[in-house]
Design a binder for this molecule. Structure first.
Ligand code: PHE
Length: 450
């Protein structure tokens, strides 16, 4: 096992850690996925279940991951192994960290392709305006997907942006990027929220998001809410283990975790309000699925006064969110390579970024030239990677982390790292019993859909 790096860098303040972790959490999951699944599952009741999942699973796991990361103070898998050893348990628990690291790495391969779409839409919004002809707007997305060169070009650029930040390390790279991106993200969000308050659809949007109509909520909706709580908080992917390992002991973990979780939730809710307000103002179908952001919403931008500017602000927001998440998906693997093979950061980032880029090429091409290549269960490579990571690897890694924090680590070591806070007993109860059971339920359900 590797020793902790003596020159291991720390976040320069509590705030930068919170911003970086929030940057990881706030991503395509909040802006692209949350509104469309909330739309599909009928709004209010779904939102309530989602909030419960965030509180019962998300927050306890967030605390657990940061806690393990900081106490271990090493690359994700090494942190777990070190703590297992300290409490005289099997170091094979390290596989939980390896699995999470691998999951994040694989997610980045297709996350980067979607990140590329946001670049492409931003580019179009700046250069061509929103376009007012519905046919033309509708075609934009299918034309993008059908073009191998555009898909590859944007994916490549997005990966270069990601690699560029991670190459700088915690202080010079991630922290510097985050301290610009996150304030920008919140300002853009406030601007869009202010705009949405002026639209005619705002009342309908609030009613949709917050009125409870349980008749529209299905079991599938409940399980989707649970999966979304996981994904949106970047849990089960060693990200918070890695970020937490650079956190100073003076920061109280429960408060930091609560702040991150609240910020992520506020962003999801705000984005939901904005998107539904725009959609209802333009009589768009909010329940139509994944195309909501890239196909439906641009229709509205074309119709509204000042839509060009709103589109630019919107896609810039989306880019900040996707980019700050992408860097966190690469970081755990880079730290692992540094620790395992003593590789300096630059070659480690280049090597891993290069591999992600190569696999990403296959994902990008699975929308066009490789569309016929469906190795398993009729899924394209893109869909396959999405399915395996989100529905299989992620819940397993999350479950292992919960079990490790709740059952493997001794109560005295978790209590020591948790700090003298009220809430420890409740946290321990949740992480030992509630979180694992709920994760297993979602996992089995997802598998049964195979
Ligand atoms: N939480 C991010 C989102 O909502 C995605 C992500 C998952 C990022 C895991 C990092 C790690 O889009």
């Amino acid at each position: 096992m590797t020793a902790p790096l003596t020159d291991r860098s720390y976040w320069s303040s509590r705030l930068t850690f919170i911003l970086a972790a929030t940057g990881s959490a706030v991503g395509l999951g909040n802006i692209w996925k949350f509104p469309y699944i909330a739309g599909q599952h009928g709004g209010g009741a779904f939102v309530l279940v989602y909030l419960l999942c965030i509180a019962l699973i998300g927050l306890p796991l967030m605390i657990a991951e940061i806690l393990i990361g900081r106490r271990g103070g090493r690359a994700p898998a090494d942190s777990i192994a070190h703590l297992a050893q300290a409490d005289e348990r099997s170091t094979r628990w390290r596989w939980a960290g390896t699995l999470g690291t691998l999951t994040a790495f694989l997610i980045l391969t297709f996350y980067s392709v979607i990140g590329g779409w946001t670049l492409s839409y931003l580019w179009d919004a700046v250069l061509q305006g929103p376009g007012s002809d519905p046919g033309q707007v509708g075609q934009r997305f299918s034309m993008l997907l059908a073009s191998p060169s555009r898909m590859l070009g944007w994916h490549t650029l997005f990966m270069l942006l990601t690699i560029g930040v991670v190459a700088g390390g915690i202080r010079q790279g991630i922290e510097r990027a985050i301290t610009v991106m996150m304030p920008a993200l919140f300002l853009l969000l406030i601007a869009l929220l202010a705009y949405s308050l002026t639209t005619v659809g705002i009342g309908a949007s609030f009613r949709f998001m917050f009125s409870l109509d349980f008749s529209r909520l299905t079991t599938i909706g409940v399980l989707e809410a649970l999966g979304q709580a996981f994904f949106t908080l970047s849990l089960g992917m060693s990200v918070m283990l890695a970020y937490g390992s650079h956190l100073r002991r003076s920061t109280p973990i429960p408060q930091a975790a609560l702040t991150i979780v609240l910020l992520d939730t506020v962003v999801s809710l705000a984005v939901g309000i904005i998107i539904f307000a725009i959609a209802f103002s333009n009589d768009l179908d909010v329940g139509q699925g994944p195309g909501l952001l890239f196909q439906t919403l641009p229709l509205a931008f074309g119709n509204m006064a000042g839509g060009g500017l709103v589109a630019q602000v919107f896609f810039l927001l989306l880019l900040c969110a996707a980019w700050s998440s992408a860097i966190s998906l690469l970081e755990p693997a880079v730290e692992s390579l540094e620790a395992r093979w003593g590789m300096p950061r630059l070659p480690a980032v280049a090597l891993l970024g290069g591999i992600v880029w190569l696999i990403g090429i296959l994902c990008a091409l699975s929308f066009n030239v490789l569309a016929g290549f469906r190795p398993i269960a009729g899924l394209t490579l893109f869909d396959l990677l999405d399915f395996i990571t989100a529905n299989i690897m992620l819940p397993i890694a999350g479950l292992l982390i919960a079990l490790f924090a709740g059952w493997v680590m001794t109560q005295s070591s978790t209590a020591d790292e948790y700090g003298a806070n009220a809430g420890f007993a409740l946290w321990r109860l949740l992480i030992r019993y509630i979180t694992p059971v709920l994760v297993i339920v979602v996992f089995l359900y997802n598998l049964s859909g195979l």
